[in-house]
Design a protein around this ligand. Structure first.
Ligand code: GAP
Length: 466
């Protein structure tokens, strides 16, 4: 079972402290969200899994953390200043503002039975291009009108990687093929953000740029498509909720030769199966566009430099073939927030207890669970039980994130831990003081086992690594 819709996750996320609306006490700020104590742990675990899989487990990928604000020229030469825009239309009747290519996704505010633009009073203006980059100014003397101080918040982490290509190449002494990975915030002034954390103006990306010889690019592209399907599987996302989508020529970004999106079933409630899916990530063959465009060397047919501002050349010299060329780039780009949403939706399960009450269980993979073990005292007014429970929490903590909780009756505590995805509860009772054993309860089966405290660490470690 998965969540029936995003709203179910919104309410669970708010109720249990995964995600809150941002600026809520001031009425919110259109589609901005804050991550609470459990949300930040889950997001960190997703990022850690991605980083470990790509940067640590492979031998051909370096990490990077570049600045959010870069020289404006980065965005001029990347093409973002000229082309990173969406077609915008206004409705003269309802004063709504919509993305022309996403009218199908929004209902007309005045006539909710119809899509925006197709209601009976809808009166749309001609489309105009709206650049999605957030503008800011840099420096103490700058004014908003001072063009020389204009800068942007990065709309993708990728460019920070391209402009550091030579730094990484020279310092790591890499040979092709190799990759550079980065996790960080990106900002887009989206015309129609929405669907909870699916589309927001501030979000986090995990991007990896893999540099290779042009002739190897198609094969490597396919390897990363297959690899990411496996990574999502390792996060507990079922294959039946994922779909591959080959972008059409019209949809391809200006830099891409081929892009395959991995879609997730974010909208299972929709009747039309095709409309249930939307983009989780994109895997693009960006060709040699980026390294070339940021290099001082390449010239047009008349011999004029394509980039008159760059001070360096980002080509690569292959000592084996004695060739100098601009490597091709394969780019798997995935959103942290969308992955988190997909993970929550896929983990969401309901189960009926013996009293006929419906309980929520978040069947998160142990690797992703914000809390791995909760230690619960059966009687919080008995000092010996409380002391033993607190000692167990302390002993387990260096190995696995463990919490102590005595804020309710045992049934309530179990239900709470099930709902936030804690794989195991350890209960200390009166007998524990006699037999040196505790009860370990499994989140998914609700089965309980009596385990000797001397065996507890080993037992939990083994169960958590399955
Ligand atoms: N460097 C390539 C690039 O940025 P993209 O498809 O625009 O490609 C990559 O973005 C991923 O970033 C998307 O697949 C999605 O997971 C995430 N993403 C993009 N825009 C987003 C937004 N407004 N809100 C949340 N996530 C977003």
């Amino acid at each position: 079972m998965t969540a029936p819709n995003i709203e179910t996750i919104v309410s669970l996320a708010k109720r249990r402290g995964f995600v809150f609306p941002a600026s809520e006490i001031y009425g919110g700020l259109g589609s901005s969200w804050d991550y609470g104590s459990l949300g930040v742990e889950l997001a960190n675990n997703i990022k850690r899994s991605w980083w470990r899989w790509l940067v640590h487990e492979r031998d051909d990928i370096e990490g990077l953390d570049s600045s959010i604000i870069q020289n404006r020229l980065v965005w001029q030469y990347s093409g973002h200043e000229a082309t990173f825009s969406d077609p915008l239309v206004d409705c003269r009747a309802c004063k709504g503002r919509f993305r022309l290519d996403k009218l199908q996704d929004v209902n007309c505010p005045k006539d909710p039975a119809h899509h925006a633009g197709s209601g009976k009073d809808c009166d749309l203006t001609e489309p105009r291009e709206f650049n999605l980059m957030f503008r800011t100014t840099v420096g103490a003397i700058s004014s908003d009108e001072d063009e020389s101080a204009l800068a942007y918040l990065r709309p993708e982490t990728a460019q920070g990687i391209f402009i550091n290509f030579k730094n990484v190449l020279d310092t790591s002494r890499r040979k092709l093929p190799f990759g550079i990975a980065q996790i960080g915030k990106a900002f887009r002034n989206e015309v129609t953000p929405g669907n909870f954390i699916f589309r927001t103006r501030e979000f986090e990306q995990m991007e990896m740029e893999y540099f290779c010889r042009p002739e190897d690019a198609p094969r490597i592209h396919q390897e990363f498509i297959d690899g990411f399907l496996e990574w999502f599987d390792s996060l507990g996302i079922s294959r039946e909720n994922l779909k591959l989508y080959e972008q059409t020529k019209e949809e391809l970004a200006h830099y891409a030769e081929r892009t395959v999106d991995i879609l997730y079933r974010f909208f299972p409630e929709r009747d039309d199966e095709e409309k249930q899916f939307d983009e989780l990530m994109g895997i693009a063959n960006r060709t040699d566009f980026d390294l070339k465009t940021h290099s001082k060397k390449p010239e047009d047919r008349e011999g004029k430099r394509l980039n008159s501002d760059s001070t360096d050349d980002l080509s690569y010299f292959d000592p084996q073939t004695n060739e100098r060329f601009y490597p091709y780039v394969i780019e798997p780009a995935v959103g942290v927030n969308r992955t988190l949403l997909a993970v929550l939706m896929d983990a969401y399960t309901e189960k009926t207890n013996e009293k006929g009450e419906v309980r929520v269980i978040l069947k998160l993979k142990p690797e992703l669970a914000p809390i791995k073990v909760a230690v619960l005292p059966l009687a919080k007014n008995k000092p010996e039980i409380v002391a033993l429970a607190k000692q167990l929490k302390k002993d387990l903590l260096p190995l696995m994130r463990t919490v102590y909780d005595d804020t309710g009756g045992i049934g309530k505590l179990y239900a709470r831990q099930d709902e936030i995805g804690t794989p195991f509860c350890v209960t200390v009772d009166h007998e524990s003081l006699e037999d040196n054993s505790v009860t370990v309860r499994d989140r998914d089966t609700w089965e309980q086992e009596r385990i000797n405290i001397s065996e507890l660490k080993k037992y939990l470690q083994e169960r958590l690594s399955r």
